[in-house]
Design a protein around this ligand. Structure first.
Ligand SMILES: [Zn+2]
Length: 310
């Protein structure tokens, strides 16, 4: 029996091995097929991603060209804007109500003269055909007194700024203020034949020097039918040492568009050389915007630091 079984096993052996090998091959074949499928799927995915990348690149380049187009459109608009002549809006009275782009009037005011610089400033103003406003102090120098007359004769506005310009004297009492005012008024009338009607308080109407309320001094002016003006633009020429002309130019123009009427504060003292140097460029810049440079008159806005409603 055992021998027969052994023979059967020996006969079946190769078949079993063959079957096992066949099964192994089939198994391997299935595994290879599956791996191929995966590779194909991955290849497809890579293709898809590549296509997406291409379309993204296309989109980015189209955005780039849109940005370029926008840039040139903005450039074209800027050009158009710079070509618009603001004189179209001049004198219509509505500009300041809607949106004050530039003032309707500019007043150039000069304090603390006369000095040898006053003559130079008058020459510049005359050259450009504009009128200035001179808030003068008192002097007994006959040469400087001639400047009072030049101011009036050449059509500029002679205004008062106290005779002594000494804060501690002028503001010590109403009586002292009045005497100082009368002294300057008499001198100017004697030299020029007119008595100025516009006044600027030394240090401005909001100065903190006077211990007496400023209303008391304003009352003195009111009684004489006089008006006082401060300023809303500071050229910066009061500093010591003097600012260079470039800075005075920049300061004078920097805030111009904030006011319906702009009153710029300058000084025509003897040492204010950079004011004289900056003035032609300042006038040219204002005139290039077609803004009138005006003498103060009774239609001028009340540009005051202190008002009764304060
Ligand atoms: Zn002054």
């Amino acid at each position: 029996m055992r021998v027969r079984r052994l023979k059967r096993l020996l006969l079946l052996g190769p078949y079993v091995i063959f079957l096992a090998v066949m099964l192994l091959c089939i198994g391997l074949f299935i595994m290879i097929c599956r791996q191929n499928e995966r590779i194909e799927a991955l290849e497809e995915e890579i293709d898809h991603l590549t296509m997406n990348q291409d379309s993204l690149i296309e989109k980015v380049s189209s955005i780039d060209s849109s940005v370029d187009e926008l840039g040139s459109a903005v450039g074209a608009i800027s050009n158009e804007l710079s070509l618009i002549d603001i004189s179209e809006y001049e004198g219509k009275g509505s500009r300041a109500n809607v949106n004050t782009v530039w003032p309707t009037k500019v007043y150039l005011t000069f304090d603390d003269g006369p000095s040898p610089n006053t003559g130079k400033i008058l020459d510049i103003l005359n050259k450009y055909g504009v009128k200035g406003n001179f808030f003068v102090v008192g002097t007994d120098n006959p040469d400087l007194q001639k400047m009072y007359k030049r101011i009036v004769d050449e059509g500029h506005v002679l205004c008062m700024h106290s005779y002594s310009h000494k804060y501690n004297e002028i503001y010590s009492s109403v009586d002292a203020f009045t005497k100082d005012l009368n002294k300057l008024g008499s001198l100017l009338n004697e030299v020029t034949g007119i008595t100025p009607r516009y006044y600027r308080f030394p240090g401005g109407s909001s100065n903190s020097v006077s211990s007496i309320p400023i209303e008391k001094f304003i009352k003195v002016l009111d009684e004489r039918g006089m008006k006082y003006y401060d300023w809303n633009i500071v050229s910066g020429d009061a500093t010591n040492p003097m600012l260079p002309a470039d800075r005075i130019y920049e300061n004078s123009l920097a805030d111009l568009n904030e006011y319906e009427e702009a009153m710029i504060l300058f000084h025509d003292l003897a040492n204010k050389t950079s004011t004289v140097e900056a003035l032609p460029r300042i006038i040219e810049a204002i005139q290039s915007r077609n803004i009138p440079i005006c003498p103060i008159d009774d239609t001028t806005m009340m540009i005051q630091h202190y008002t009764k409603t304060n």
